[in-house]
Design a protein around this ligand. Structure first.
Ligand code: SF4
Length: 320
């Protein structure tokens, strides 16, 4: 899919602020990204947005080049705006809805016969702006017509419940992965300040499970956990069908590491910490915690020599 976009007339879709978030819509050229790694279990990823209003401080998508959509000149301007890449420090303060995502998906749906689609790999499909743009819902409506296509949704937001009717209509060919990387909401407030509170995520998992939706817990990247066994028990009680823990990936010279140090949380970079939570999951959910067991053991770098994109449940490939 890549970073391609067409120009928008400046007065057709003006750049605006959405609750402090800079919104810069675009018309994308493609919406499905082929996933080459068979081990991940899906053939395509779909991102109806670039950027993410949840703005998680560790999100590794911030490290990928993010072009600002060019605009036609407005009144008093001469020529197109100059192409510019965003600074990673701007992550969480902008989002680019792909306005034509549902139409593109409709036109490309023939590629999805007997395939699976992961929503989303480089953004949260239920970030706050989805409430107004509804691009995820519209894409799901297209996918519902693709009778042989399996769908995996990954989110941190209870907003997914607003599409419960639609999720149910998919039956067993749809599952939801819920990201709950800590049992401590004070950690969430520091590291995922604009993402929904932890208790609201557990409540959403329970609602999904009660509604018969297959839902799994993704504790990845794993953040500080007060009580690993209690965390695993909460996952079991929520009705989740699976739970998985994965390590954090740092960017090169990542300022996030200083934030961890400031809060005395550097231990989350230690593979033994991740293993301890995985062991708790295996103890409490022995037959259900191995959903990703076929994947190679995941390395955790304290100080990677360079940024290496790798397996992380919500963010498997390049921002697109
Ligand atoms: S980790 Fe996910 S929810 Fe958080 S900012 Fe990145 S894409 Fe958004």
């Amino acid at each position: 899919m890549g970073m391609t976009q067409t120009r928008l007339p400046v007065d057709a879709k003006p750049i605006s602020l959405f609750r402090g978030l800079k919104v810069e819509p675009e018309e994308a050229k493609s919406i499905l990204r082929h996933q080459k790694d068979d081990r991940l279990g899906w053939g395509y990823s779909l991102n109806a947005y670039r950027g993410c209003g949840h703005g998680c401080r560790y999100c590794y998508v911030r490290g990928y080049p993010a072009p600002i959509p060019p605009r036609e000149p407005g009144p008093g301007e001469s020529g197109l705006t100059k192409p510019r890449l965003r600074n990673p420090s701007e992550w969480g303060r902008w989002v680019t809805p792909k306005l034509n995502a549902p139409e593109l998906l409709w036109n490309q749906r023939h590629r999805l016969h007997n395939e699976s689609v992961f929503i989303s790999s480089a953004t949260d499909p239920y970030q706050p702006i989805e409430k107004d743009f509804r691009l995820t819902r519209k894409c799901l409506q297209v996918l519902l017509t693709c009778r042989t296509t399996r769908v995996i949704i990954h989110t941190r937001s209870p907003m997914v419940l607003q599409d419960l009717d639609l999720l149910n209509a998919f039956g067993p060919r749809l599952s939801v992965g819920f990201s709950i990387p800590t049992d401590d909401d004070s950690v969430r407030q520091v590291l995922e300040p604009d993402a929904p509170p932890i208790h609201a995520r557990w409540a959403a998992v329970e609602r999904l499970a009660e509604a018969g939706i297959q839902v799994g817990i993704s504790a990845a990247p794993l953040l500080p956990v007060r009580d690993p066994l209690g965390f695993a028990r909460r996952a079991r009680e929520s009705g989740a069908a699976s739970a998985w823990a994965g390590g954090l990936r740092l960017l090169k010279e990542d300022p996030f590491q200083a934030l961890l140090a400031q809060h005395h949380w550097l231990h989350i970079l230690d593979a033994r910490f991740v293993d301890s939570v995985r062991a708790a999951f295996a103890q409490v959910l022995p037959s259900r915690s191995r959903r990703f067991a076929h994947l190679a053991p995941e390395p955790v770098w304290a100080c990677p020599p360079r940024f290496t994109p790798g397996l992380q449940p919500s963010l498997f490939d390049h921002a697109s």
